[in-house]
Design a protein around this ligand. Structure first.
Ligand SMILES: C[S@@+](CC[C@H](N)C(=O)[O-])C[C@H]1O[C@@H](n2cnc3c(N)ncnc32)[C@H](O)[C@@H]1O
Length: 225
């Protein structure tokens, strides 16, 4: 039985909880998850390694992680209580899954414990990108990898308010700086993956929204420089 650590919500950015699934499936598809899983090099990790997902939501990426043939120990960090409950309902029967409250910037994952830290469409929820990358580096074991897909920065105001986003996407140059400032080595990207996050025009605007998705992979050095 998966463990759900008990804690009150530190942050409730999305306010969407278990309503996220039907929305997400219209915005982006499994190709985003597949890109992150492939770029993270999960097949190369030893069986049973700890893989930490940040901003797991209702399990879009978690589903692939718990079922991976390498039988990973998966820790899914998610601040929203509704999303955590939905995740527990869907995947809580996987004994290799631990669901924790927390965020990019503040979580209880042990330092140096993770062979991989990854996430989909979550970076733009991290208000402090520098702190998010510092925490990512803290969680990683030497040689560990971080892999994230997110939406590029954009100017669609309705998209930001409609999805309770704290900021309009992630600037790829800012992310590169934050990642390197945290001591991580860039392995891949940030680069666009040829997939857009799209939303049909709402009543108040006649413009369809289309925001490119990018991927980034970083690595923690085997030895401190
Ligand atoms: C756009 S949803 C993506 C969820 C899931 N990864 C997916 O691809 O379906 C963003 C998720 O990030 C979570 N979140 C909000 N603030 C966060 C933060 N500071 N750090 C990590 N995750 C956060 C939200 O609760 C939400 O579940």
């Amino acid at each position: 039985m998966a463990e759900v650590a008990q804690s009150t919500d530190p942050i409730d950015h999305t306010q969407l909880g278990d309503k996220w699934d039907p929305i997400a499936s219209k915005l982006y598809g499994p190709e985003v998850r597949d890109a992150v899983v492939a770029a993270a090099g999960l097949d190369d990790l030893p069986s049973g390694s700890l893989v930490v997902e940040i901003g797991a939501g209702t399990g879009f990426l978690t589903d692939a992680l718990v079922k991976h043939r390498k039988n990973f120990q998966v820790t899914a960090v998610e601040p929203n209580a509704g999303a955590r409950a939905s995740l527990q309902e869907k995947l809580g029967h996987w004994p290799n899954l631990t669901i924790l409250p927390g965020t990019f910037e503040d979580n209880s994952v042990a330092s140096g414990s993770a062979a991989c830290v990854l996430g989909t469409m979550t970076l733009h929820h991290a208000v402090d990108l520098d702190l998010a990358m510092e925490e990512t580096a803290r969680m990683l074991s030497p040689g560990g990898r971080a892999a994230f897909a997110d939406i590029k920065d954009h100017e669609y105001g309705n998209f930001v308010t409609g999805h309770y986003d704290p900021r309009p996407g992630t600037n790829m140059d800012d992310l590169k700086r934050s990642l390197e400032a945290a001591g991580l080595l860039l392995v891949d990207g940030p680069r666009l993956i040829g997939v857009d996050c799209t939303e049909k025009a709402k009543v108040e605007t006649d413009t369809d929204i289309s925001v490119p998705v990018f991927l980034v992979v970083g690595k923690k050095a085997l030895q401190a420089a």
